[in-house]
Write a protein that binds this ligand. Structure first.
Ligand SMILES: Cc1ncc(COP(=O)(O)O)c(C=O)c1O
Length: 466
């Protein structure tokens, strides 16, 4: 077939029509594509739609090759890896202790192997042990309770205020008996406990206070760093923690005699400070070996440089996210006590009310937001006030010798230690986001909000699976 010869005018007309056609066709395709994308983004990711977020969250722990490696390598090359005991002037562990004490406004600090042992040493050196009761929250990591049991004491559980997730002072008061020796407030999730009424109860009943600040570095109550309010404060520097060393812990206190005792105990009972006056040669008390190493302290010094700035960022993002989330029915973000001047937000907690989400279970909700690229967790799922590890301990020879039979009756113990508010948090309502998610910017917080809002809007569809 002969080729049609177009005039210039005809050529332009045809091609512009073709162009227009192409544009129109393209527009139709783009429109279809766009509405497809729109439908995809509106459709819950768990049902095959596009997720709200595809990006990763900030990685934890943080490590800067340029600034963080020299001092660790210096320690390795020095050959002095264990605590440089007598040479405090050259010990990196001593330097770390001084910096941590200064940072949180405590007279003294002792670095130890981990937070669990910081608690055990504190309880033991305050002479809390067999026959004593220690009042504590059930909403905590198991190490808090194991420490009480390791010291030979009896945990007595006081229920929490579900709004703040913290032990409720009125509930502490109800649990006091002639055996009560101490209160162990845990600033759980990095949110400070209501310390004024707790200290007041302790004063009225002549009780000791050991703060578990293992999740609460730089958190403040009434402008005072938590861990420095009671008789002793304990910290953890485990891998997930804001001052991450891998493993590590610290005890802080203003009481020189107590701190000298702790030092001596953690160093095989070797004499130290006022403990040097005791007769008995080098080893003046029965001790343990719970020393931090020099290279751990070097890592800690590096992490310490970032802590304040990161804490400010977590507080800023948590406040922003919390105010956005509180607009979604069924999402109840944490509350802080009026005297809290700073939190550390080891976790960002909120309560989830399934009634507002078409009765999706917490697990279904977590799966749905997880599919949107926002991973959360249900937090502590074991109820520490009623788990078999207690019965196991009560059956040991030592406990049988230290306590009357009725106190070791497991069923009776569980009945007397029920904590319905904490149990509801563990079993149904609590949801946490991890601290590294708070290290992004507002757009990252918006992703969290958008994922939850999308799941809320589509809860009936998700529940029905369509
Ligand atoms: C509240 C609480 N107490 C105690 C500990 C024990 O600390 P560590 O793991 O350093 O022994 C932890 C650790 O996660 C904790 O979260």
């Amino acid at each position: 077939m002969a080729k049609k010869i177009y005039s210039r005018r005809e050529f332009i007309k045809k091609n512009s029509l073709t162009g227009l056609g192409t544009i129109l066709a393209m527009n139709a395709t783009t429109h279809a594509m766009f509405s497809q994308i729109q439908t995809d983004t509106l459709k819950p990711a768990i049902l095959g739609g596009s997720p709200v977020r595809n990006k990763p969250w900030p990685v934890w722990p943080m490590w800067n090759i340029e600034t963080d490696e020299k001092n660790v390598i210096d320690v390795m090359r020095s050959g002095v890896w264990c605590r440089a005991g007598v040479r405090e002037d050259v010990s990196v562990v001593s330097e770390f202790e001084k910096k941590w004490a200064e940072t949180i406004g405590s007279k003294r600090c002792l670095a130890v192997v981990n937070g669990t042992n910081a608690l055990i040493i504190s309880l033991k050196m305050l002479e809390i042990g067999g026959g004593d009761e220690v009042i504590v929250t059930p909403y905590t990591f198991i190490a808090t309770i194991s420490a009480i049991l390791e010291a030979g004491a009896m945990p007595v559980f006081a229920d929490v205020d579900p709004g703040t997730f913290q032990i409720k002072p009125e509930n502490i008061r109800k649990k006091i008996t002639p055996r009560t020796r101490a209160i162990l407030p845990v600033h759980i999730l990095g949110l400070p406990c209501d310390m004024d009424p707790i200290m007041e109860i302790a004063r009225q009943h002549n009780l000791l206070v050991v703060e578990d600040a293992c999740q609460a570095w730089l958190a403040e109550y009434d402008n005072k760093k938590v861990g420095t309010i009671g008789n002793a404060g304990c910290f953890s520097f485990q891998n997930s923690k804001h001052l991450a060393i891998g493993e590590g812990g610290a005890i802080v206190s203003d009481d020189n005699e107590f701190m000298d005792k702790c030092h001596s105990y953690h160093d095989t009972g070797r004499r130290y400070g006022q403990m040097a006056d005791l007769v008995g040669g080098v080893y003046v008390i029965r001790g343990n070996n719970l020393r931090m190493t020099e290279y751990q302290a070097a890592i800690g010094l590096n992490q310490l440089r970032r802590l304040d700035e990161q804490t400010t960022l977590r507080n800023r993002n948590a406040a922003y996210l919390s105010s956005k989330l509180s607009a979604i029915p069924g999402i109840l973000p944490y509350k802080l006590y009026p005297k809290v001047t700073r939190a550390s937000f080891h976790l960002f907690p909120f309560r989830y009310k399934k009634e507002e989400f078409s009765h999706m279970t917490r697990q279904e909700f977590l799966r749905a937001i997880g599919a949107e690229g926002v991973r959360g967790s249900g937090g502590y799922s074991g109820n520490l006030n009623m788990m078999p590890y207690l019965d196991d301990t009560f059956r040991t020879k030592n406990y049988q010798l230290m306590y009357p039979a009725e106190m070791l009756n497991y069923e009776r113990f569980i009945e007397q230690n029920r904590c319905p508010e904490s149990e509801r948090l563990c079993n149904e309502e609590a949801i946490w986001f991890s601290q590294n998610m708070l290290l992004g910017d507002y757009s990252d917080m918006d992703d969290i909000y958008n994922a939850i809002e999308k799941v809320h809007k589509n809860s009936a569809r998700i529940k029905a699976g369509i």
